[in-house]
Write a protein that binds this ligand. Structure first.
Ligand code: SF4
Length: 240
C-alpha cells in the first residue's frame, strides 16, 4: 500500500464519544487552560531536593498518601544521601524505616535494587530517559515519567490513579490499563504540553474531581465534561 494511503494510528484513534484526535486534543487543551487558571499553585506534592530523592519518594508513594511519604522521607533524606547509602542500607533497618508507608518489604527491596542499578549501570547518577529509568529494578513507567517531568524538566504522561479516573470521566479515553491510557493520551496531548497536562489533571483529582464524590458544581472543567452531574445531562457514564 502506498505510504499516502496507509492509515496512521492517529487517524484510527477515536475517543469514547466518537471524537477524532484533533477534536479530543482541542477539548483536552481547553480543559488544561481552565485547570491552569483555576490552580495557579498546583505542584508535585512530594518533597525532594534531587532526582535520587524523588526516585525514592516515588517508590514510597505507591498506595500511600503523599503526606505520609513526606513525613517518612523528612528523616530518611538526612540519613541516606547517596545511591551508595541506600544500596548498602541494612534491609531490616530500611524495612522498619519505611514501614509507615505500607508494603514496606517490597518498597525497601525496590529502593535497594534500584539504587544498586543506578550505581552499577549509570555511575551513581539517576538516568534521564524512559528506557534507562524503566531498566532500573523496582521502577515502573509512572515513576519514570514522574522523574522525567519533575526532576529533569522533560515531557511525559504520568498515569496515576487520579489521571486514569479523570481522563476517563472527561471522555478522553475508555481504557483501564495505564500503559494503554498513556499511549492514547500521548497521541492526543502535544509533546510540549504533556508534563503540564499530567500535573494539572493530577492536582484536579486531589482537590476537586474526587474518586467518591466529585465536586462537579465547583469544577473549573465542568463545561465540556461529559460526566458532569451538575450539568443535568450526563452524556458519558464511565461505569458502562
Ligand atoms: S465536572 Fe465533575 S466529573 Fe467532570 S471533571 Fe469536573 S469534577 Fe470531575
Amino acid at each position: 500500500m502506498p505510504a499516502s494511503n496507509a492509515k496512521s494510528r492517529k487517524d484510527e484513534l477515536v475517543g469514547p464519544l466518537g471524537e477524532s484526535v484533533p477534536e479530543l486534543r482541542k477539548r483536552a487543551l481547553l480543559t488544561l487552560r481552565r485547570l491552569k487558571r483555576a490552580y495557579p499553585d498546583a505542584t508535585i506534592p512530594l518533597n525532594y531536593s534531587s532526582p535520587l530523592e524523588l526516585m525514592v519518594a516515588t517508590i514510597l508513594s505507591a498506595q500511600c498518601t503523599d503526606a505520609r511519604v513526606n513525613e517518612v522521607t523528612a528523616t530518611l533524606f538526612t540519613k541516606y544521601r547517596s545511591a551508595e547509602d541506600w544500596a548498602s542500607a541494612d534491609i531490616k533497618t530500611l524495612e522498619r524505616e519505611v514501614h509507615p508507608t505500607g508494603f514496606f518489604r517490597n518498597k525497601a527491596k525496590a529502593i535497594k535494587e534500584s539504587t544498586r542499578d543506578v550505581i552499577e549501570k549509570f555511575g551513581g547518577e539517576v538516568p534521564r530517559t524512559l528506557e534507562e529509568l524503566t531498566s532500573l529494578r523496582g521502577l515502573g513507567r509512572k515513576s519514570a515519567n514522574v522523574l522525567i517531568t519533575h526532576a529533569f524538566g522533560g515531557q511525559g504522561i504520568i498515569v496515576d490513579t487520579h489521571f486514569r479516573r479523570i481522563t476517563r470521566r472527561l471522555g478522553l479515553t475508555a481504557q483501564m490499563d495505564p500503559v494503554k491510557i498513556e499511549h492514547e493520551l500521548m497521541e492526543i496531548i502535544p509533546r510540549n504540553r504533556q508534563a503540564d497536562f499530567s500535573l494539572y489533571i493530577n492536582w484536579h483529582g486531589r482537590v476537586t474531581c474526587f474518586a467518591r464524590k466529585p465536586d462537579c458544581a465547583g469544577c473549573p472543567a465542568r463545561k465540556g465534561c461529559p460526566a458532569c452531574e451538575s450539568a443535568g445531562e450526563i452524556t458519558w457514564d464511565v461505569k458502562k
